[in-house]
Design a protein around this ligand. Structure first.
Ligand code: SAH
Length: 280
């Protein structure tokens, strides 16, 4: 049984976030004997190995550096990326809107740098990813392994999701690509009834095109939102919103795969709430 204390101690091989006096953040993997060079001096990895997370150590020029293990959010913002990653604020919303939970069978396309993959896997989903570009797929795999190890239930395929989906009985389909409406016919086959489709799109034109396509599909309960996230400057008497913010990232649209209503064929009037007769 490891105590809290044991879990805090940093060891060789751990990934850590090093924070300099100007609040610049560096993501590094600890290696015995290695040294990390920054604008504010050199930090020896050996000074970090064996100390608890949250410690302050001195660099070669006497400046103070803080060390903690990175959160998922720190990792996403600092990891190597080719494609634009989904921002942490939106990752959080996707996990809730798409109702991601342990064991949920999820298809993700495209995979890009793997930021969303990491969030899904951490929440316990089983993820199959479709990605067009091999270099992106390799990077995503590397990012996922660096964070979660090689045991995560994660399979990547190099393929175009517009051409079809082989999986059946999926619980969730998450899309971060330019034309998600082209995936709807395949998603209708691949998702189980009640399954959730969630698409992330940078512009409202794309979003409205998706919503129109959803109207003509077997999906219903469509819902679109954006996440506004404003941080605050809090210091003595100066308490106000920060001057800078990420003003726009993307729109999230979710919808659920419904079973066609059989009554329609029998001529039951839906406008009447589906009631066959007026109650007496
Ligand atoms: N959500 C990712 C970023 C995805 S960027 C993250 O959080 O890191 C969009 C990705 O979709 C790119 O990598 C692009 O190559 C891929 N892509 C675009 N169209 C695709 C398609 N039709 N099938 C599969 N992948 C596609």
């Amino acid at each position: 049984m490891g105590s809290q204390g044991d879990r805090s101690i940093l060891s060789d091989g751990d990934r850590v976030l090093l924070i300099d006096p100007k609040d610049r953040r560096y993501l590094i993997a600890l290696r015995a004997g290695a040294r990390f060079h920054t604008h504010m001096g050199i930090v020896s990895h050996d000074d970090l190995i064996g100390t608890p997370e949250g410690s302050t150590v001195l660099g070669s020029t006497g400046r103070r550096f803080m060390v903690v293990r990175p959160t998922l959010s720190d990792t996403v913002l600092k990891m190597p990326r080719g494609a634009q990653v989904i921002y942490p604020k939106d990752l959080g919303a996707i996990l809730i809107e798409a109702d991601i939970a342990p064991g949920v069978k999820t298809l993700e396309a495209g995979v890009g740098s793997g930021a969303l993959s990491m969030a899904l896997l951490r929440a316990g989903a089983e993820v199959v990813g479709y990605e067009l570009r091999e270099d992106f797929a390799d990077r995503a795999r590397g990012n996922v392994e660096a964070m979660l190890g090689g045991e995560a239930p994660y399979r990547l395929e190099l393929r175009d999701v517009y051409e079809g989906i082989d999986e059946r009985g999926l619980d969730r389909i998450l899309l971060d690509l330019p034309e998600p409406w082209r995936v709807l016919p395949h998603a209708e086959e691949a998702l189980r009834p009640g399954g959730i489709l969630c698409a992330y799109l940078p512009s409202i034109n794309q979003t409205s095109q998706l919503r129109e396509a959803l109207e003509r599909s077997r999906f219903g309960m469509a819902f679109t939102l954006e996440v506004l996230h404003r941080t605050w400057h809090i210091e003595a008497r100066s308490v106000r919103p920060d001057h800078r913010m990420v003003g726009h990232t993307g729109f999230l649209t979710t919808a659920r795969l419904l079973v066609p209503f059989e009554g329609e064929a029998r001529g039951i009037d839906l406008a009447n709430g589906g009631a066959d007769e007026t109650p007496g």
